[in-house]
Ligand binder design. Structure first.
Ligand SMILES: Nc1ncnc2c1ncn2[C@@H]1O[C@H](COP(=O)(O)OP(=O)(O)O)[C@@H](O)[C@H]1O
Ligand SMILES: [Mg+2]
Length: 341
């Protein structure tokens, strides 16, 4: 649905040139929710704005639904853009228009008959849960409600792709979740492909199927969200994951362990779905002269799957520990020996 190849974007200003994007390659399949995560200044907005040509790429190709966007001009570009909705961090609503009028605007521009507009806008407002606010002005709405208006407006053109530029970054956590649920709902109901950018891992984990990590204008890691959480490769990716899933042991636990004089390894165990670690730990303790001791554990939801993480101390003689690790690996528990020296 979206294919970006070798995309470069350089801004020219009096202070010099800024290379915001340096050879981006991305492929988003139809119906997918694809997230791009990165710190401020990484190039996220430049990237998403190059998809609908709000920014003109310096070089490279951007194909959306079979159309090479970089080659389109005039009416052809306007027609292609109609199928690509966009929502923003600060909503960008028309302050002097009512909720109804904000959603109707695009339909009026394309000369849709009045009765069709009324029907369609009312329907969209009920989908986003704002049927009772249609005569209100944006200043009378909360942030979450404003974003709902923006989503209804984006949907008015029967879009195929929705671009979200930090759409929940101005919202509190609870409202963020409600808006993310709405995006999920829309993705399922209308098969709309969503490309979103964010600096929050929570957004990625809650609704995305795939994720790419962007740093200094380049994609440094990309995979399904589950794979990235299970086995992150890049340090920046690891740091983003730490924001929701603590990997380090509390200082006090670590000190206590270091004082104890026994042969042991600290293991990080990751298990997906029903592949629970608990029975495996019981098994190795039964079969081998080893003592598993759970030090920390958590479980998180990644879209519709669960990911569990345990940090354990496995005590025993070196050969038995090695045999225990072998059993864990055979049971498909991702096992990593942590080094705390
Ligand atoms: N219009 C512009 N002119 C000059 N530099 C810009 C412009 N827009 C963005 N940049 C620069 O490009 C880089 C990437 O910016 P941006 O794409 O907005 O990153 P992000 O959205 O990840 O914060 C930054 O260094 C930013 O200062
Ligand atoms: Mg940005």
């Amino acid at each position: 649905m979206i294919e970006i190849t070798n995309l470069y974007k350089t801004y020219h200003s009096t202070e010099g040139n800024v290379e915001a994007l340096k050879g981006i390659n991305l492929k988003v399949e139809k119906g997918e929710i694809f997230g791009v995560i990165g710190f401020s200044g990484a190039g996220k907005s430049s990237l998403i704005r190059c998809v609908n040509m709000l920014e003109k790429p310096t070089s490279g190709s951007v194909v959306v639904n079979g159309l090479e966007m970089t080659q389109l001009t005039g009416q052809n570009l306007r027609n292609a853009r109609k199928k690509i909705g966009m929502i923003f961090q600060h909503f960008n609503l028309l302050e002097s228009c009512t909720v109804f009028e904000n959603v109707a605007v695009a339909l009026e521009l394309s000369n849709t008959p009045k009765q069709v507009i009324t029907e369609k806008v009312n329907n969209l407002l009920s989908i986003v849960g704002l049927a009772d606010k249609k005569n209100n002005y944006p200043s009378q709405l909360s942030g979450g409600q404003k974003q709902r208006v923006a989503i209804a407006r984006a949907l008015a053109n029967d879009i195929e792709v929705l671009l979200c530029d930090e759409a929940t970054s101005a919202l509190d956590p609870q409202t963020t979740n409600a808006i993310l649920d709405l995006l999920l709902d829309i993705n399922k109901k209308f098969q709309i492909t969503i490309l979103l950018i964010t600096h929050e891992m929570h957004v990625i984990k809650k609704i995305c199927d795939k994720v790419a990590v962007i740093e200094n204008g380049q994609i440094i890691e990309e995979d399904t969200v589950l794979n990235v959480f299970t086995n992150p490769k890049n340090q920046t990716t690891k740091n983003f994951i730490k924001s929701i899933m603590e990997e380090d042991l509390p200082e006090s636990v670590l000190k206590k362990l270091q004082k104890e004089d026994r042969n042991s390894n600290i293991l990080k165990l990751t298990f997906v779905g029903c592949n629970a670690a608990q029975p495996v730990l019981a098994r190795i303790a039964k079969e081998l002269p080893v003592w598993p001791n759970i030090l920390s554990g958590n479980i998180i939801q990644i879209k519709d799957q669960t990911l569990g993480r345990l940090i354990i101390e496995l005590a025993g003689d070196s050969n038995s520990i090695e045999a225990g690790i072998q059993i864990l690996k055979e049971q498909n528990v991702l096992t990593e020996v942590l080094n705390y020296d």
